[in-house]
Design a protein around this ligand. Structure first.
Ligand SMILES: CN1c2c(nc(N)[nH]c2=O)NC[C@@H]1CNc1ccc(C(=O)N[C@@H](CCC(=O)N[C@@H](CCC(=O)N[C@@H](CCC(=O)O)C(=O)O)C(=O)O)C(=O)O)cc1
Ligand SMILES: N[C@@H](CCS)C(=O)O
Ligand SMILES: [Zn+2]
Length: 757
């Protein structure tokens, strides 16, 4: 008997972002759909081959996508909103991409955060549609792996319960009926798979780790009973991840052949559940032991101890599948393309390809009953000893308990001083920070990195972009300007590159949404401020205009959540270190005369634990970190913050507790749902509700935006309201940006006339 190995999903993007390049050249019209399909197939097969070569036994298929796996499932089930004029049959590629990205005429489907990660999925829109199977892409993926590479794949799909939980635009009361209808289509899908000889299907149900009501468990039971009745010959592995499964007792009794649990991000709760309540003798346990979300090598000794505990409960090794705690979608592809990192650090890192090997190593170590003095274990221990010896991680005072910090005056009082100082019109207009990161701008940075430009030449070129955009902003008539963030590759990576304690990589990309990626910096040591990071560009911008220029920083919680974090310190302790560093940057800006400063915290909401019972602890330290970085300023200094892609309803009091003078938040993609949040006057500080969606190339009309402003003003006082886009404009082109902002400024002007007349 031997432990088995399995993966839950593999990154799509490719070692050198081949996937992104293939998609973007097709969208640019440079390649035909046939060429795109051929390149996608090449990439897909090469990923399967890598997994096979690494010795993974249960290789996932169907996790590969042309944009997003949830969009794939939605289109497969025919959930295609009417506005896309879909006429049945196989969904055309153009329709698929239009749903993802929008086009000149039709707005895209909403996009939102995937649980507590920095990945974004396309939200399925359920418009009374009765699902139907338009095409079985899992079957195609299974057949392809078998025929081309002789791989007995394990199709992967989001489960019916989580799919509906992730979807929108249906009545809550319709949930049971929709789930029942959807289950019928899953049955059809699974029957086709079983008929083809598929042995195992991984059915992801990550929503089962969130806080869910008891009655939902009854619905989940009914769903899986139906599936078991309809397709008894197929083995379903019900996969959970990102936290401990809720209602373990009932979930473990569902009629499925296997249950996958995350033993890394569960605070020991899953292990405790199987130990105290047992694990069904007839089921496979998908044991998520290797961290699928972080990039540190596993401490094999600890992993073997954990595995031993699991083996005490599940006695038959054949019934234990060693696997990462989650899909490897959230890790970069390989450490091998990072030659510039410190050797000691490289040794301690493990990305997707290295994690596959770790799974096999663990399998071998466990089979050999590895003794403490085995060479592999000793080598593994040495990696962490070397890391410690570097002195990057000093002993820190325990700062898990903290004392509140506050601004000198409460908001109502400092607001008077700020009104006096800033003299802004009613409904002031501004933007969120970034302006188009055009090919020219990116090329400029790439050339500078390669050494083709001197520092002076580079600085001069950045300044010329700043100058151009200060002129544009003045011509457009915006009230509060920004410098445009042209010197930044990414809002987190940029700061990571300039602070102590962070390492940054060359190729360690992770998919953020669609073809867009991020390169999260690695926090490996104590974070410290080194020198001012943003003062020069901001001051230069301010020197060109009489209008106020907002300084632009990324907040401590976002820097932490969008970096790969240390796993040897409590998260909050690292957040406070970053907060102290940002505090110094805030002071540097203030000392230089920049007294309107935005500290972005778009990741604050996404970092919220998946279980409600854990929220308050997180919010307490997250709010504290923000206040630590921003509370020390003068009364007249106006602190802004910004958040996007979030559902704020539940955390509005924490958002208020940040005590920022102005917040700008995303609203347009959620079609104004957020407005309900403000109906009860729960927010009493400056607020800008994004009036248009920056993710679409569509230029919104003045009328559309006026409508959004009017609706917002029906629940928010005009003297607190700001007019701005949803988020930064870095992904848009210049023409679209200028056109949209002009419309926005005239919409604000009209709204202003109405409220002041
Ligand atoms: C606000 N968002 C962010 C999130 N997370 C972050 N860490 N940062 C964010 O801003 N999460 C939520 C959202 C997600 N939104 C986005 C939006 C846009 C992107 C994006 O555009 N990503 C780019 C990469 C950006 C970057 O780092 N660029 C670098 C490197 C550029 C590059 O590829 N250079 C080429 C050469 C260029 C040329 O010659 O043309 C190369 O090196 O080969 C830079 O600009 O310097 C993307 O393209 O995916 C991400 C998340
Ligand atoms: N200041 C950043 C915020 C993105 S969330 C930008 O404008 O891109
Ligand atoms: Zn944003």
């Amino acid at each position: 008997m031997m432990l088995r190995t399995s993966l839950l999903g593999y990154p799509r993007i490719g070692e050198k972002r081949e996937w992104k390049k293939a998609l973007e050249s097709h969208w640019a019209g440079d390649t035909s759909s046939e060429e795109l399909h051929a390149e996608m197939k090449r990439i897909r097969l090469s990923h399967l081959q890598k997994q096979k070569d690494a010795g993974v036994e249960w290789i996932p298929v169907g996790d590969f996508t042309y944009y997003d796996h949830i969009l794939d499932t939605a289109t497969m089930f025919g959930f295609i909103p009417e506005r896309f004029d879909y006429e049945g049959g196989q969904v055309p590629l153009d329709t698929y991409f239009a749903m993802a990205r929008g086009n000149k005429e039709i707005h895209a489907a909403e996009m939102t955060k995937w649980y507590n990660t920095n990945y974004h999925y396309i939200v399925p829109e359920i418009e009374n549609t009765t699902p139907s199977l338009t095409e079985n892409y899992l079957l195609n993926a299974y057949k392809e792996a078998k025929e081309e590479l002789d791989i007995e794949g394990k199709p992967v799909i989001i489960g019916p319960y989580s799919f509906l939980k992730l979807a929108k635009h249906y009545k809550h009361s319709d949930f049971p009926e929709l789930l029942e209808n959807l289950t019928k289509v899953y049955s059809q899908l699974f029957t086709e798979l079983a008929d083809e000889g598929v042995q195992w299907v991984q059915v992801d149900e990550p929503s089962l780790v969130t806080t869910i009501p008891e009655e939902d468990i009854t619905l989940v039971s009914k769903t899986y009973e139906t599936l078991n009745k309809e397709v008894p010959q197929l083995n379903l592995l019900l996969q959970t991840y990102f936290d401990a499964v809720s209602h373990y007792e009932k979930v473990s009794q569902l009629p499925v052949a296997g249950l996958g649990l995350d033993f890394v991000h569960d605070e020991g709760k899953n292990l405790h559940a199987i130990q105290s309540q047992g694990f069904p003798k007839d089921k496979v346990l998908g044991a998520g032991i290797i961290d699928g979300r972080n990039i540190w090598k596993a401490k094999m000794k600890d992993k073997l101890v954990l595995l031993k505990e699991i083996q005490k409960v599940v006695e038959n090794d054949d019934q234990i599948w060693l696997q990462p705690s989650a899909s490897l979608l959230h890790t970069p592809v390989t450490v091998k393309n990072e030659p510039d990192l410190d050797e000691t650090l490289i040794q301690a890192l493990s990305f997707a390809d290295e994690k596959m090997i770790e799974i096999s190593t663990l399998q071998k170590l466990a089979a050999n009953e590895a003794s403490a003095d085995s060479i592999e274990l000793q080598e593994n221990e040495q990696i962490f000893a070397d890391l410690k010896a570097k002195g990057w991680r000093q002993e820190e005072p325990d700062r898990t308990a903290f004392k509140e910090v506050s601004r000198t005056l409460p908001y109502e009082e400092r607001r008077k001083e700020q009104l006096e100082k800033w003299q802004l019109p009613t409904l002031p207009t501004t933007t969120i920070g970034s302006f188009p990161q055009t090919r020219d701008v990116r090329r400029l940075r790439a050339r500078f990195k390669k050494g083709e430009l001197s520092n002076l030449e580079y600085q001069a070129a950045i300044k010329s972009h700043i100058e151009t955009w200060i002129k544009h902003q003045e011509e457009i008539g915006l009230d509060v300007l920004v410098h445009g963030e042209f010197e930044r590759n990414d809002m987190v990576e940029f700061f990571g590159e300039r602070l102590d304690g962070f390492a940054f990589t060359k190729n360690a990309w992770v998919q953020s949404y669609g073809s867009r990626g991020v390169k999260p910096p690695i926090i490996y040591g104590d974070v410290r401020f080194k020198a001012p990071m943003t003062v020069e560009e901001t001051l230069y911008a301010q020197s060109l205009t009489d209008k106020p220029v907002k300084g632009m920083l990324t907040g401590p919680v976002t820097i932490l959540n969008w970096s790969f974090e240390r796993d040897d310190l409590p998260k909050q302790q690292v957040a406070f270190q970053i907060a102290e560093a940002i505090k110094e940057e805030v002071s540097a800006l203030e000392d230089a005369g920049i007294e309107m400063i935005q500290i972005d915290e778009p990741a604050l909401r996404e970092g919220l634990p998946l279980k409600r019972e854990d929220w308050q602890t997180y919010l307490d330290w997250a709010v504290h970190a923000f206040r630590l970085s921003s509370s020390h300023v003068k009364n007249t200094t106006q602190i802004h913050t910004h958040m996007c892609y979030s559902e704020f309803q539940d955390i509005i009091s924490a958002i208020s507790a940040l005590d920022a003078d102005v917040i700008s938040i995303e609203t347009s993609r959620s079609q104004g749902d957020i407005l309900e949040t403000f109906e009860d006057n729960v927010y009493d500080k400056g607020i800008g509700l994004g009036v248009y969606d920056i993710h679409s190339p569509r230029v919104p009309s003045e009328d559309e935006m006026l409508h959004v402003i009017d609706r917002a003003l029906s629940v928010l006082p005009a003297d607190l309201f700001w007019v701005n886009p949803d988020c930064g404009l870095k992904t848009r082109n210049e023409e679209e940006t200028i056109a949209a902002l002009k419309e926005m400024v005239s919409a604000a002007q009209k709204a202003r006339n109405k409220v002041t007349s």
